[in-house]
Design a protein around this ligand. Structure first.
Ligand SMILES: Nc1nc2c(ncn2[C@@H]2O[C@H](COP(=O)(O)OP(=O)(O)OP(=O)(O)O)[C@@H](O)[C@H]2O)c(=O)[nH]1
Ligand SMILES: [Mg+2]
Length: 301
């Protein structure tokens, strides 16, 4: 019997911080696998989301937002992750936001190779009240480089997500599928749990959150009631940061814990017993603690 022709490939989702890369990935996969917040630099690791639809398998790579300045080691690490994804993917979704092309967008574009197939996505169009203004803007963007297409979307509302999937399918190379149909992401449940806690920290603390905060999972096991017991440790840099995370009479950490537990119960489909600790990181801003899950040996630090 003849085998069906199938298509499969990697697609990097890139853009400056906060444009909505992770929100788009979650919409494409139809499940929340990448954390999002109003704060830039929410994504710190490469997150892979796999969308299998009939003969097509699209493997999307969500990346940390490319930063203009590399003041901190973490900036360099995150930029390196994004640049590696650009280098390793022939097909790229380049996201910009609203109606203003910024210097940061230009820098992201400068990192694209000439031979890359680039789909330009204008996100957050729900903010644009007069949609007629989009047409001249699209014409302007078209002159910047060759794009395989330019698609206005709202990742938050879900506008035009299917259009993106459809275009991506057209450009996937003929190949066997790399992952089983049921596989949708590459990370462990422990990693997902630590990311959910970090998301709630970012969402609940906003601008006052110390940039270097990091989360590790110390325990993760099925308990006697058949649910999951998870112990998470939030590492901060100083006593003052610890106070911010804990909040008055432990109020903040409680809100963070409840939100994280509820999210995990949906994500893992079971009851969760979550315990959180806040600890001061020894040795100050140690990049190995800040970004615990990436390969350092390939990075120039
Ligand atoms: N109004 C509106 N908000 C959006 C849209 N897409 C994303 N957002 C919001 O924009 C913020 C940033 O979204 P993320 O998906 O975390 O952005 P990101 O590009 O992954 O950010 P980094 O990981 O920090 O680089 C969040 O508050 C989202 O809810 C959209 O289409 N419309
Ligand atoms: Mg992100």
């Amino acid at each position: 019997m003849r085998k069906n022709i199938t298509y499969c490939g990697f697609i990097a989702i890139i853009g400056r911080p906060n444009v909505g890369k992770s929100t788009l990935l979650n919409q494409l996969i139809k499940q929340k696998i990448s954390i999002t917040s109003r704060k830039p630099h929410t994504t710190r690791h490469e997150i892979i989301g796999i969308q299998s639809e009939g003969i097509y398998q699209a493997i999307y790579i969500d990346t940390p937002g490319l930063c203009i300045e590399e003041k901190r080691t973490t900036d360099r690490c995150m930029n390196q992750i994004a640049k590696n994804s650009i280098a390793n993917s022939r097909l790229i979704i380049f996201i910009i936001e609203g109606m203003n092309w910024t210097i940061s967008d230009q820098i992201v574009m400068n990192n694209l190779k000439n031979k890359s197939l680039v789909l330009l996505v204008i996100n957050k169009i729900d903010y644009i009240s007069d949609k007629k203004l989009l047409l001249p803007y699209l014409q302007l963007l078209n002159q910047k480089r060759h794009f395989i297409d330019i698609v206005p979307i709202s990742a938050k509302i879900g506008t035009n997500i299917d259009v993106i999937s459809g275009i991506v399918h057209q450009y996937l190379p003929q190949s066997e599928h790399y992952f089983p149909k049921t596989c949708i992401m590459n990370h462990s449940k422990q990693f997902m749990a630590s990311e959910v806690i970090r998301e709630k920290l970012m969402r609940s603390l906003g601008a006052e959150l110390p940039y270097s905060v990091t989360v590790t999972i110390e325990k993760f096991f099925i308990n006697e009631r058949g649910g999951l017991t998870i112990h998470g440790v939030i590492f901060v840099e100083s006593t003052s940061h610890k106070k911010i995370v804990i909040g008055h009479k432990g109020g903040k950490i409680k809100i963070i814990g409840v939100a994280a537990r509820q999210n995990m119960e949906v994500m893992f489909g079971t009851k969760i017993h979550l315990e959180l600790w806040v600890q001061i990181m020894s040795g100050g801003r140690d990049y190995k603690n800040i970004l615990p899950n990436i390969e350092y040996k390939n990075l120039t630090l």
